[in-house]
Design a protein around this ligand. Structure first.
Ligand code: NAP
Length: 330
């Protein structure tokens, strides 16, 4: 069994990776502040604050069979990790994003599609707080990983990660809304592409990739489906008996100030025509390389349990409030 280092490990994907690695018998060290929560039972936390330049010095030169870095939006964090651990790591996973692509419109893009220009300009050590820079910083981060450990690098451009632990409220909006029942507004665009990946499936793939020494760059998401089919599956899995889905046209939604995808007063997973490629990647290479995806119904049930744990009446960062929805329906 191997020795794993997860840079993170206290929430969502990186916690799921730590848990999956433990489940497969590995020794797991997590390096994080611990501000987001505890590490999974059985893992060891090395407290580090990656905003500090020497943060990873306690781990420098240690030998890990596999390192997993989820640095979201900080190129200095990526460089520091490579500098401290790249020479001795057996395998290196960098979690990137499908936001690296220059044009989110085309359907069926794969890893060879044009990328955003890398953003290497200094933005300070801390994660940038400019969401527009996200994809370009990921491109620069991927390049840094390939330059330093390209022979051992597994770069996963994740799609929309869903399931237990997600705090973005994007996928989770739908299971909680359908479970509440009554008349629920849905975008009248059932043929729009949709694509998600369950956090545990992605984590499991990352761990098996580390074990097998899988290298290369992949779009890490589930199979392509449509918004209509995805919502059907969620409704069948967790919908209340009195649920009635009320399709509202994109024009009406836009006129009423409802925004696509995420944010307050939004309908999550709904995309404008300019962004449909975001949930329509060709993920056949990932499937062939071992990414196994569970049915959406299972992700919906887990997301609902997570929603119940968070409390259904909490302020949400994405979706419609009951009042917004009432206004639309009237
Ligand atoms: N969510 C999606 O749908 C989606 C889609 C595509 C790609 N991605 C990518 O997937 C990855 C998601 O990672 P994740 O689920 O583990 O969540 P995350 O929110 O990126 O957190 C990752 C870890 O970073 C640690 N961290 C934050 N600030 C830190 C600091 N100053 N020093 C040390 N550690 C710090 C956190 O621990 P502490 O707070 O305890 O320090 C946490 O364990 C990211 O790379 C993201 O870009 C996500």
């Amino acid at each position: 069994m191997g020795r794993w280092l997860v840079l993170g490990g206290t929430r969502f994907l990186s916690a799921a990776v730590a848990e999956a690695a433990l489940g497969r018998g590995h020794e797991v060290v997590c390096a994080a502040r611990g501000a987001s929560g505890p590490v999974p039972e059985g893992a060891t936390l090395v407290p580090v604050d990656r905003d500090e330049p020497e943060a990873l010095d306690p781990l420098r030169g240690e030998r890990f069979d596999a390192v997993v870095d989820v640095a979201t939006m900080s190129l200095p964090w990526v460089h520091d990790a490579l500098d401290a651990l790249g020479a001795t790591a057996g395998h290196w996973t960098f979690v990137s994003s499908i936001s690296v692509y220059a044009d989110p419109g085309p359907v069926g893009q794969g890893v060879d599609a044009p990328l955003l220009p890398p953003r290497e300009a200094a933005h300070g050590r801390s994660a940038a707080d400019d969401p527009d820079a996200y994809g370009a910083i990921k491109v620069a981060s991927e390049n840094a990983v390939r330059d330093a450990v390209g022979d051992r690098a597994f770069v996963v451009r994740a799609g929309l990660i869903c399931g237990s632990g997600d705090r973005s409220d994007r996928f989770g909006y739908w299971p909680q809304r359908f479970a509440r029942g009554g008349r629920a507004v849905v975008p009248d665009d059932p043929g729009q592409p949709a694509q998600i990946v369950d956090v545990r499936d992605l984590a499991d793939w990352i761990v098996r990739a580390g074990e097998d020494g899988l290298t290369g760059t992949f779009d890490g998401s589930g199979p392509r489906t449509t918004l209509g089919a995805l919502l059907d599956e969620v409704a069948a899995a967790v919908g209340a008996p009195d649920l009635e889905r009320v399709p509202v046209t994109p024009e009406t939604l836009t006129a009423a100030g409802v925004t696509p995808w995420s944010g307050p007063r939004s309908l999550p997973l709904w995309l404008p025509p300019t962004h449909r490629g975001m949930t329509a990647h060709d993920t056949s290479a990932a499937a062939a390389a071992g990414l196994r995806c569970r049915p959406i119904a299972e992700t919906a049930r887990d997301s609902l349990a997570h929603e119940h744990a968070l409390g259904p009446d909490r302020p949400r960062v994405a979706g419609l409030t009951p009042e917004d929805e009432e206004l639309l329906l009237s």
